[in-house]
Design a protein. Structure first.
Length: 74
């Protein structure tokens, strides 16, 4: 995921060639492909999406400001 979100396509390929799981998700439910899209690395996102079909399960972040109730997310 770090390689994908920092635009390191070569590193993504090496990691995948050595057994990295492209469908793992971070604590917010993003996959490497989703992170690549989020950080505007279309080449990496395209590479991953053309080879793997990994659904994301993005979780909305919890309300961090408990002084306001109820918390409203846009």
């Amino acid at each position: 995921m770090a390689a994908a979100e920092t635009g390191r396509l070569g590193s993504v390929k090496v990691l995948l060639d050595n057994g990295a799981d492209p469908c793992l998700m971070d604590k917010e439910g993003h996959t490497a492909e989703g992170l690549a899209k989020q950080f505007h690395y279309g080449d990496i996102a395209e590479y991953l999406s053309s080879r793997f079909h990994c659904p994301e399960n993005v979780i909305n972040p919890p309300c961090v400001d408990s002084d306001f109730s109820p918390c409203v997310h846009p």
